[in-house]
Design a protein around this ligand. Structure first.
Ligand code: SF4
Ligand code: ZN
Length: 712
């Protein structure tokens, strides 16, 4: 039998299974039963992407069978096997979708993840553009041994590669106690091969969300995945015909397949690689997909990788906790003269970890002192904010908070492995030196583990923080000489440009004006460029000739006019990784905001995913706009439409996060006290319909009631 025949046989098998499942579910619930996957606005994403069809009922799913069958061409041309491969992936999605007809959570209580939500897809935006996630691997089948399974999974994890597991390897990982889940970037997708449909669904949604590829544009999807998504497949022998057919689909998408199965396989350079030594797969795969890894060598006894960023250390697993809520703790970056800094000096003053009883809550501070000709005190908070990420990348260590409200948990496993406080210093030293090399010439870290000393030191640190806050407060869009552009997300949204100002941070929430300034000075040819602000055309909307010129050139002509402060008139574009999205609520003439974390519905009758699908991919959609959380309480938020007084509804959790600033801004702008309480949320408007919302707004005397109707 030839490879061609294996693909055809596999795709026939997958199709037959899909046909059987779909017909069975239709027989059971009828053709009009609603069918949707949880928290997505892209229907059955593979069908939507490749066939351009919105499947919302079981009957529509059944009708799509004909289209899928038509894709599975049978002439012996290379084109046909790849096309059949893509058809196989769609059939896989259909089989999985059937599981969601009678319940929204078919995988609940199992080890498997199943469907990915749109929020999960969007969460990948920032780490993908920064290269913290350099790629994805789909591992299928059982590894030669469970020890090797763990070694390979961890090998990928330590390189930041996102790992999807399908089939036998999941059992091996569970048996070996590998911690898994979306936050640690090792996801057991499903037991059966058709769960691969969930991975392809995630990939095509990334193309729609970030790349604005239109449903039905098959070539567009293939080009996007080939050029921008660094994925590949590892398939352990024995590889079934169905898996071979899925592999053909993967190759069509541009994802190489690495296997040790020789059975009627033949190698295709760069696409199908047969490699017997499974222990070499990591290197072989990374090379085959042409992935470049960012590696910083850090001298610590445990792994260091962005894959550990989302790891949680439970109370029972912790050796010690640095507890800023009860003890004097802080983290601080400070600029010194070169003569005062000895490069790579790491000092621990007070007790080391092995002198402290297990389970203690302790007082600890670390001060990073840097020196460099191009260093500016304005970069200190930028570096400081990165500490959270740097320390969280340490396996077995959890960091939350910032400044004098930090919490750091070090696990017993790390302690056993020889991790000590001085290794915190090693991590900070290595990362600050490597990430900020153009401005930091020398760096030293002082760690103090002593209550009395920290009480004194904390007072000084707070003075520094206060002085910084004062400076930030006076920093307005009017007071600074220039703005900055950010095009980091162009890797995935080729025409998207953020314009970052002191009062409007990037929509991802991760790039403030100071961050952009630092990025520009660290790498003058890099993603953040100076945007002048000399030629203002309209102050109300924030329209500048300079800004228009910058976005036009940076978007390669895709964008001509962008305002800084309007939701309706040439609003800023969105890439896809926004923290929040706002949209017009026509009954109240207000605006509702929702955020990625909130899965519920808004008074617009839409969820975050649905609202988010209205914008993205670098296009302008007046009336909908992605933005960062901290933009909401800005004096410039929707300034052209009357400001934050337009805000009528937001999820309560988001409200709590920004309550104080929101109240301050509203008081300043409208003289209103406790504005946050006037904004509806899911607790005070539980039905979430416009009528209830209007009643609530009238009851609290919301300022929107006195504003002009939107000019739409
Ligand atoms: Fe992407 Fe804008 Fe954030 Fe830059 S500021 S990383 S372009 S969302
Ligand atoms: Zn983005």
């Amino acid at each position: 039998m030839s490879l061609f025949e294996r693909v055809f046989r596999g795709s026939d098998e997958m199709f037959a299974k899909a046909e059987q499942e779909v017909n069975q579910i239709v027989a059971e619930v009828g053709p009009d039963a609603p069918l949707s996957l949880p928290s997505t606005a892209y229907f059955l994403a593979c069908i939507y992407a490749y066939l351009g069809k919105k499947v919302t009922t079981t009957g529509e799913l059944q009708a799509a069978l004909t289209d899928v069958k038509a894709m599975m061409l049978r002439d012996n041309r290379t084109h046909a096997i790849f096309q059949s491969g893509v058809g196989t992936a769609i059939a896989a999605e259909m089989i999985e979708a059937c599981k969601y007809v009678k319940t929204a959570a078919p995988y609940e209580g199992t080890a498997y993840h199943g469907h990915f939500t749109d929020a999960e897809v969007r969460e990948l935006g920032v780490p993908l553009v920064t290269g913290d996630i350099p790629g994805f691997v789909v591992m299928i089948g059982a590894a030669p041994s469970k020890e090797e399974a763990v070694e390979t999974i961890k090998g990928y994890q330590s390189r930041g590669i996102f790992v999807f597991l399908i089939g036998g390897i999941i059992e091996q990982a569970v048996e070996m106690g590998v911690s898994m889940g979306f936050p640690v970037r090792v996801v057991p997708v499903g037991e059966e091969i058709w769960s691969v449909g969930h991975v392809i669904s995630l990939v095509v949604r990334a193309a729609m969300i970030f790349g604005n590829i239109q449903p039905g544009d098959c070539e567009g999807f293939h080009n996007y995945t080939f050029e921008r998504i660094n994925a590949f497949v590892n398939a352990y022998k024995p590889v079934s015909d169905i898996t071979v057919a899925c592999g053909a689909g993967a190759i069509k998408l541009g994802f190489p397949v690495i296997t040790n199965d020789h059975d009627d396989m033949w190698a295709v350079p760069k696409s199908l690689i047969i490699c017997d030594d499974t222990r070499d797969w990591i290197d072989t795969s990374i090379e085959a997909r042409g992935i470049k890894l960012k590696i910083t060598k850090i001298d610590i006894p445990v792994s260091f990788s962005s894959a550990f960023e989302g790891e949680i250390i439970r109370k029972g697993d912790m050796q010690v906790e640095v507890d800023g809520s009860r003890k004097d703790c802080f983290e601080l970056v400070t600029t010194r003269d070169a003569s005062e800094v000895e490069d790579h000096k790491i000092e621990v003053i007070g007790s080391e970890l092995d002198e402290i009883p297990c389970g203690s809550k302790i007082s600890l501070s670390y001060t990073v002192e840097v020196a460099g000709k191009n260093m500016q005190p304005d970069f200190e908070p930028v570096f400081e904010r990165k500490i959270h990420q740097f320390l969280n990348c340490v396996e077995g260590l959890m960091h939350t908070g910032q400044r004098d409200m930090i919490r750091v948990r070090i696990s017993k496993a790390d302690y056993e492995a020889g991790f000590r406080f001085r290794h915190i210093g090693e991590v900070l030293y290595a990362k600050i030196k490597s990430e900020f090399d153009t401005v930091v010439d020398k760096c030293q870290v002082r760690i103090v583990v002593d209550e009395a000393q920290n009480a004194e030191l904390r007072k000084h640190a707070n003075e520094v923080f206060n002085a910084r806050d004062e400076r930030l407060k006076t920093m307005t869009d009017e007071s600074v000489p220039v703005f900055y552009s950010c095009i980091m997300c162009q890797a995935f949204s080729p025409s998207h440009v953020c314009v970052v100002t002191p009062e409007r941070l990037g929509l991802c929430g991760a790039v403030s004006w100071l961050d952009a300034k630092a990025t520009n000075e660290l790498d003058p040819q890099g993603p953040c460029q100076v945007v002048t602000k000399e030629r203002c055309l309209d102050e109300r909307t924030g329209r500048y000739e300079d800004v228009d010129e910058a976005v036009c050139s940076l978007s390669h002509g895709a964008l001509e006019h962008v305002t800084l402060y309007s939701l309706l008139e040439d609003p800023m574009t969105s890439c896809g990784c926004f923290e929040c999205i706002c949209g017009i609520e026509p009954c109240s003439n207000g605006v509702v905001i929702t955020c990625r974390e909130y899965a519920g519905i808004t008074p617009l009758g839409m969820t975050f995913s649905e609202m988010a699908s209205m914008t993205g991919g670098g296009v302008q959609t007046p009336g909908f706009m992605g933005h960062g959380k901290h933009y909401i309480a800005s004096h410039k938020f929707l300034k052209a439409e009357g400001g934050v007084g337009r805000l009528v509804w937001m999820p309560s959790e988001l409200k709590e996060q920004i309550r104080e600033k929101l109240n301050e801004t509203a008081k300043d702008m409208y003289g209103i006290e406790n504005f946050a309480d006037m904004v509806a949320d899911e607790t005070n408007c539980p039905n979430g319909d416009p009528e209830e919302l209007l009643n609530f707004l009238a009851e609290v005397g919301h300022p929107v009631l006195g504003m002009d109707p939107f000019d739409i």
